[in-house]
Design a protein around this ligand. Structure first.
Ligand code: PLP
Length: 391
């Protein structure tokens, strides 16, 4: 993880930048602290994520806050952080301008903001799953091109707002730099035209650097940075700080989901390996038809056979796909590349406890977050029925 962060920093070649780690990918304290220690900032999408980033020692000046629908309480938190609030509240609609200005007025502070534009990429340019392609016209994210002037005018009219930057995010799990560069070009064109009347401090080209889940990924995270820096230079914007917002690429490969075999089920020529981890622990296969590599705990043995690896959750989509393992069912498996959008998307569906987390550095365990007893779920559900009976 540290090496990944260092490689990204190095790709900037000493130019002013912030690697704003997208906390949503993996919000475990040891992970966020380790990336903070490597000089990363943060991209957050909720009040709790903002609170966590600050508690992990990330400077408010290196934090940007994305998201289409922020509550007043969340905006207040962003405004109250540090001596000047966070680096930027990323405004994602014309309507949000007035909401942020109102909270700034109430708090007596100037809100540093950026405008997140929707780059209106053709869906086929964004080479990723539809559910994680954000930079197209039909997505809820960012200010549509047609509304950019209205949004900028509204910001200019609000004395409580200071426009610091412009932001774009093409989508997640990009395995080529093309869409990222096209989105950045749209951003840089706007930045260039805007600068004549408005000083800017930064441009933010978002996250989305893909990783190899087994089907290959010919580009490295640093390739995205190098490609976008070349574009920034061409646009004559080299003096602006370049923010990038990688999440997955910093953490995914560093996590595995460890699952024990509960039993095998062989029927009608099909082998099912029923394991004790499910879609509530790792939602990506069910949510995006994502495929993770799976390896047995022990060394693979022969003869081999195809197993459908599935969890215990009562949904057909609780399915990690067909994998070649030994014909004899293994005691358990490791589901690889589960370090991003794993625990952060986990739920207690079916009354299942959230998984334990074990953090390892240099071959040694540095922290353990134990699994809570399943009886906690029963207590919680009973408590909510007591509360509603009283109200
Ligand atoms: C605005 C924004 N920035 C950054 C990210 C991080 O993306 P990734 O984890 O693919 O790098 C996301 C992911 O959805 C996002 O929506």
């Amino acid at each position: 993880m540290a090496a990944g962060a260092r490689a990204l920093h190095a790709a900037f070649d000493g130019a002013p930048h912030v690697v704003a780690y997208a906390v949503k990918a993996n919000s475990a304290g040891p992970v966020v602290k380790a990336l903070a220690a490597e000089g990363c900032g943060a991209d957050v999408v909720s009040g709790p994520e903002l609170g966590l980033a600050l508690a992990c020692g990330i400077s408010p000046d290196a934090i940007v806050y994305s998201g289409v629908a922020k509550t007043d309480a969340e905006l207040d938190l962003a405004l109250a952080a540090g001596p000047r609030g966070i680096a930027a509240i990323q405004i994602e609609s014309v309507e949000e301008v007035a909401r942020v200005a109102a909270r700034a007025r109430t708090s007596g502070r100037t809100a540093r903001v950026s405008l997140r534009i929707n780059p209106a990429l053709d869906a086929d340019v964004i080479d990723t799953h539809a559910h994680i392609a954000t930079g197209h016209d039909e997505a809820k994210f960012g200010v549509a091109q047609a509304d950019v002037t209205r949004a900028l005018d509204a910001i200019a009219r609000a004395p409580e707002l200071s426009l610091e930057g412009l932001t774009v995010h093409a989508g997640s799990q990009l395995t080529a730099t093309d869409a990222y560069v096209v989105a950045a070009r749209t951003l840089f064109d706007l930045a260039r035209s805007l600068r004549a009347r408005h000083p800017l401090r930064f441009v933010d080209t978002g996250g989305g650097f893909g990783i190899d889940y087994g089907a290959g990924c010919p580009v490295e995270p640093a390739d995205f940075v190098r490609a976008v820096r070349a574009e920034q230079k061409r646009a004559g914007l080299e003096d602006l700080i370049l923010f990038v917002e990688p999440g997955r690429s910093l953490v995914a490969a560093h996590g595995v989901l460890v699952a024990a075999t509960l039993q095998a089920k062989v029927t009608r020529g099909r082998r099912w390996l029923l394991v004790d981890a499910g879609m509530n622990d790792l939602l990506r296969p069910a949510l995006y038809q994502a495929r993770h590599r799976i390896v047995p705990w022990s060394a693979p043995a022969h003869p081999e056979a195809e197993w459908s690896v599935v969890g215990p959750v009562c949904e057909s989509s609780d399915d990690f796909g067909v994998h070649v393992l030994a014909e004899a069912p293994p005691d358990g498996v490791a589901i690889l590349d589960a370090g991003a959008y794993g625990y952060t998307m986990a739920s207690r569906y079916n009354g299942r406890a959230l998984p334990a987390e074990v953090f390892v550095r240099d071959g040694g365990v540095i922290a353990v977050a134990a699994r809570r007893p399943e009886s906690d779920w029963i207590d919680d559900r009973l408590a909510s029925s007591v509360a509603s009976a009283r109200s």
